[in-house]
Design a protein around this ligand. Sequence first.
Ligand SMILES: *[C@@H]1O[C@H](CO)[C@@H](O)[C@H](O)[C@H]1NC(C)=O
Ligand SMILES: *[C@@H]1O[C@H](CO)[C@@H](O)[C@H](O)[C@H]1NC(C)=O
Ligand SMILES: *[C@@H]1O[C@H](CO)[C@@H](O)[C@H](O)[C@H]1NC(C)=O
Ligand SMILES: *[C@@H]1O[C@H](CO)[C@@H](O)[C@H](O)[C@H]1NC(C)=O
Ligand SMILES: *[C@@H]1O[C@H](CO)[C@@H](O)[C@H](O)[C@H]1NC(C)=O
Ligand SMILES: *[C@@H]1O[C@H](CO)[C@@H](O)[C@H](O)[C@H]1NC(C)=O
Ligand SMILES: *[C@@H]1O[C@H](CO)[C@@H](O)[C@H](O)[C@H]1NC(C)=O
Ligand SMILES: *[C@@H]1O[C@H](CO)[C@@H](O)[C@H](O)[C@H]1NC(C)=O
Length: 316
Amino acid sequence: MAKNNPFIVIITAFLVQSLIFSFVKAAATNITTDQHALLAFKDHITYGPVNLLAKNWSTSSSVCTWIGVTCGVRHHRVTTLNISNFGLAGTIPPQLANLSFLQVLDITNNSFSGSLPDELAQLRRLKLVNFMFNSFHVEIPSWFGSLSKLQVLLLNNNNLVGTIPLSFGNLSSLRVLDLSYNQLSDSFPSIFFNIPSLQVIYLSYNSLSGGLPSDICNYLPNLKMLHLSSNMFDGPIPSTISKCQQLQMLSLSINNFTGYIPKEIGNMSMLTKLYLGINKLHGMVPSEIGNLCNLKILALQFLNLAGIVPNTIFNI
Ligand SMILES: *[C@@H]1O[C@H](CO)[C@@H](O)[C@H](O)[C@H]1NC(C)=O
Ligand SMILES: *[C@@H]1O[C@H](CO)[C@@H](O)[C@H](O)[C@H]1NC(C)=O
Ligand SMILES: *[C@@H]1O[C@H](CO)[C@@H](O)[C@H](O)[C@H]1NC(C)=O
Ligand SMILES: *[C@@H]1O[C@H](CO)[C@@H](O)[C@H](O)[C@H]1NC(C)=O
Ligand SMILES: *[C@@H]1O[C@H](CO)[C@@H](O)[C@H](O)[C@H]1NC(C)=O
Ligand SMILES: *[C@@H]1O[C@H](CO)[C@@H](O)[C@H](O)[C@H]1NC(C)=O
Ligand SMILES: *[C@@H]1O[C@H](CO)[C@@H](O)[C@H](O)[C@H]1NC(C)=O
Ligand SMILES: *[C@@H]1O[C@H](CO)[C@@H](O)[C@H](O)[C@H]1NC(C)=O
């Protein structure tokens, strides 16, 4: 009976058709697609020293030999575009999204500006995006949240404005996030609490405000570095910060944190660098700090601290 069920026949036909369609679609992109994408990118370079790309990115040679381009061994498609330190200026065209095998996109230390096109959301294989030290003066687009394999995202030292998009909560593979030296506002993003893989968070030199959530370490147990310096954070330093037992570097300096330095910080045995200076902290430096046997830097300048630095410091 089931064999002749017209419904099943139609479904099967439909499945076969979609399968064929996806094969055709996959076959339709090849290294020529990558070449067109990179040539479109080249067309959007407005300045470069001795026209580096104009000479090197020539159609007479394979894209896989072009400077800054690496192809994969298996598919012979572009997997890495690394043009860091090339001294280029320009914009990023939507055609770049046709580099469908791209895993690494590194354009650090150039002068790229303009928008970050929505089409780049198609680059689903991206693991590392490094746009640091460029001139992007836009809001961070929410499409970054679609890059589910992204492990490292470096957008620091641009002029990014607005808030950190909620879609970042979908970056379930993210380990390293650097958004420092921008003009981002709002509070410490609770969306980070969806990303337990996070190990390194740099948010320093922005305009973030509000308190540091006391449950941060329940959600981010793997945190190794937390940089929040030079923002407008206020309120107490939660004593529960000591639950981040992997933390090696904690920088809260140049904010408006108030209250005491929690003695529980003395439990954070991995801590090597602790920056708390230029805040509104008061009271004593807790003697427990002397338990931090790995501590190499302790910065406490310009605090309203009473008393003297405890002798236990000299244990370190
Ligand atoms: C890439 O595919 C196009 C058709 O989509 C074809 O004309 C071209 O020859 C292919 N290029 C290579 C290098 O296979
Ligand atoms: C482009 O640069 C690469 C790396 O420096 C070099 O190996 C290649 O030969 C150059 N290609 C051309 C056409 O100049
Ligand atoms: C890109 O190239 C630079 C200089 O060659 C190198 O230092 C950097 O590690 C590369 N980026 C990635 C992600 O491999
Ligand atoms: C940035 O790139 C320029 C060349 O455009 C180079 O001279 C400079 O050393 C690079 N800076 C860093 C930190 O690599
Ligand atoms: C490349 O990207 C452009 C713009 O996003 C698009 O119109 C075009 O169809 C793409 N080409 C291929 C071969 O995928
Ligand atoms: C996260 O991803 C899910 C499923 O892909 C989607 O439904 C949701 O809207 C995304 N959330 C955000 C904040 O983008
Ligand atoms: C701290 O708060 C004062 C107002 O109480 C404000 O003027 C100052 O800019 C704040 N500093 C920082 C670093 O947020
Ligand atoms: C953390 O430190 C406090 C006070 O210094 C202490 O009472 C507590 O037992 C410590 N907790 C852990 C998990 O070491």
